[in-house]
Design a protein around this ligand. Structure first.
Ligand SMILES: [Zn+2]
Length: 393
């Protein structure tokens, strides 16, 4: 059955009317925090409706649970600059400013500092500056403000309207009669190994919800446009129309591996999914986490309310002459060709098409086309977001 919202009910933060707030003290936020606001506003991070305070942050970062016992692995933090802190007191209303516009109003709960290295160690398992999540956390300093968000404006960037609405998605699942839905998160265009996982998911649950993460990237990553448009081409031709839904999630990756995998599951639970595919080195970066660290950590929680799916790695077996994995292929490693995101990325740089068993030609061609016309902006038609069926609005 479609699960209830995490913690029981959906949080909705009201729209903010854009007037009368110019006199409030301001805190300038970056794109990452703005994306978090867009997730909070629509209830994808239910039941959280505020930036966490010190006590909650310590509990979450050490236990992977909130003070009320609910599973939650990464605190929602609002970092502030030292000079901004002098402008307001606990109990005041403040304005959060992004790109010179007020995007949210918050009632200040508490000002606090963290031992930021200890925090990084707890969340990322490392304090190494080469880790992008650690680096970005350290850059923002150790001062924070908690507080309940009273309103979030309709100020749109290219992405905020793209966030999926959890109620509408749940309604769609119910209307289609889906009792089980597997969510598949990705940061890459689909290769044949992904396709194997998709088809496995369609064999084992009622529907597949493909949920590419779009938003800020590391250098070398595929662009939002390349990821989303290549998925559209792929779905059109290779997956069953009535049982597959493609919709992006605008989200800023933190590359926190195991801890982030839990957050990925909670967001998909809130979107109404029953299963979530935990990939190899899920939400990892470089060699900071072992390939199965996320799987092992996730398995220590049995009450998240969404089922993790761990699939053995797919590869091309020359004897089977097909994509397979160790559950169904009996052949030894010398016959196997493993998928490598790094290899596929470098083929694109050399303008060489991957082999047919690595990536479908249509996908390769779509990405080459996007690169040749330098489509940098995210052009996703709204009707293409929700559902591919013309019978559903
Ligand atoms: Zn085989």
């Amino acid at each position: 059955m479609i699960p209830p919202y995490h913690g029981g009910s959906r949080v909705k933060i009201p729209d903010l009317q854009n007037s009368g707030f110019d006199v409030l003290p301001r805190v300038v936020i970056d794109e990452r925090i703005y994306i978090i606001l867009s997730l909070l506003k629509i209830g994808i991070l239910s039941p959280v409706d505020s930036f966490h305070n010190y006590e909650e942050t310590m509990e979450i970062s050490s236990e992977g649970r909130m003070l009320n016992g609910l599973v939650w692995s990464i605190p929602i933090l609002l970092p502030v600059k030292e000079h901004e802190l002098y402008g307001f007191m606990e109990g005041d209303d403040i304005a959060l400013e992004f790109n010179n516009k007020i995007v949210a109003i918050m009632r200040v709960g508490e000002k606090f500092s963290l031992d930021i290295y200890e925090y990084c160690q707890r969340i990322f398992g490392t304090i190494n500056h080469d880790h992008p999540g650690v680096r970005s956390t350290l850059e923002k300093g150790n001062k924070f403000v908690s507080g309940r968000i009273k309103g979030i404006s309709n100020y749109d960037t290219h992405f905020s309207y793209l966030q999926p609405d959890p109620d509408k998605l749940r309604e769609l699942f119910n209307m289609r009669g889906f009792k089980t839905v597997t969510a598949f998160q990705t940061r890459n265009p689909p290769h044949r190994g992904h396709e194997f996982l998709h088809k496995y998911s369609l064999l084992s649950t009622d529907a597949l919800f493909i949920n590419p993460v779009l938003g800020p990237k590391k250098s070398g990553d595929f662009s939002d446009q390349e990821i989303f448009q290549s998925y559209r081409v792929y779905l059109e031709k290779y997956l069953p129309r009535e049982r597959t839904i493609l919709m992006p999630l605008i989200y800023a990756m933190q590359y926190a591996g195991p801890k982030e995998a839990i957050m990925h599951m909670i967001m998909r639970k809130n979107l109404g999914c029953t299963h979530f595919v935990i990939g190899r080195d899920h939400a990892g970066v470089g060699t900071f986490y072992s390939p199965y660290a996320a799987r092992d950590y996730v398995m220590t929680f049995t009450d998240i309310g969404i089922q993790p799916v761990f699939l053995k790695e797919a590869y091309y077996c020359k004897v089977c002459a097909e994509i397979s994995n160790d559950d169904i292929c009996p052949h030894d490693d010398s016959h196997k060709i493993h998928f490598s995101g790094t290899k596929i990325r470098s083929l694109f740089l050399e303008r060489k098409e991957p082999l047919q068993f690595e990536m479908r030609s249509e996908i390769y061609n779509k990405i080459v086309e996007i690169r040749s016309v330098k489509q940098n902006s995210l052009e996703i038609p709204e009707e293409g977001l929700f559902d591919r069926s013309p019978t559903v609005e």
